[in-house]
Design a binder for this molecule. Sequence first.
Ligand SMILES: O=P(O)(O)O[C@H]1O[C@H](CO)[C@@H](O)[C@H]1O
Ligand SMILES: O=c1cc[nH]c(=O)[nH]1
Length: 247
Amino acid sequence: MSTLQPHIRCSEEDAAKYAILPGDPARVDRIKEHLTDVKEIAFNREMKSISGYYKGVKVMAVSTGMGGASTGITVEELHNIGVEVMIRIGSCGALQPEINMGDLILINGAVRDEGASKAYIEEIYPAIPDTGVLMNLIEATKDLGYAYHVGRGRSHDSFYTDREDEIDHYWSGKGILGADMETAALFIIGGLRGVKTASILNTVSLYEGNLEEEINNYVDADNAAAVGEEHEIIAALETIVRMDKKN
Ligand SMILES: O=P(O)(O)O[C@H]1O[C@H](CO)[C@@H](O)[C@H]1O
Ligand SMILES: O=c1cc[nH]c(=O)[nH]1
């Protein structure tokens, strides 16, 4: 008997081996445009889910909402129904001056500056993606000709503390490429459950840029950040096709 998961509201019969995880439910509709035979599964709380086919491979797209806590719930429930590979397609703020709007950051490790991953395991445990998924992702992104960087990210819970500039400068000085809110939880919680994970972050805010203005522009306009979003969707889908061919 299939089990309906209480938050994502999906069950085993909805599952695909591969899932793409944006934070924003609106991004699920933009992923939909790249798929055939789309099935709208559920939209409960911040978790919107669909399935469809890309070049013959079945994939799910499920939004996690913002932050590690809802991401952790999404990852657990997708794992419960049988999803084996989860690739986040997120947005981020750059922490290095050479990273441009719409550049993709392929995360090879994340600073665990959030709460959800710490609820599972001590901070000395590393937040890293699956090596095989990351290698396929790097190759796919390179072949597609997109601007990309490979390096470390910082996942955080806060957005409007009184110390945001100071915190960004600190992590920039430690070589961190970009900041998001979900990657560390995905890597830790997914990794502990045996899920293969990766995270692609589209740059929607520049280092020392005006964060509020730039995120408003990303939401409202057709610009480099919107192009970056299209790139991360295609990079994730092509990564899945590569992995599926090798299995
Ligand atoms: O665009 P998404 O995937 O939601 O990612 C980023 O955007 C949100 C903040 O604006 C956070 O969730 C952050 O991680
Ligand atoms: O610092 C930032 C900027 C954009 N998005 C985030 O999650 N964090």
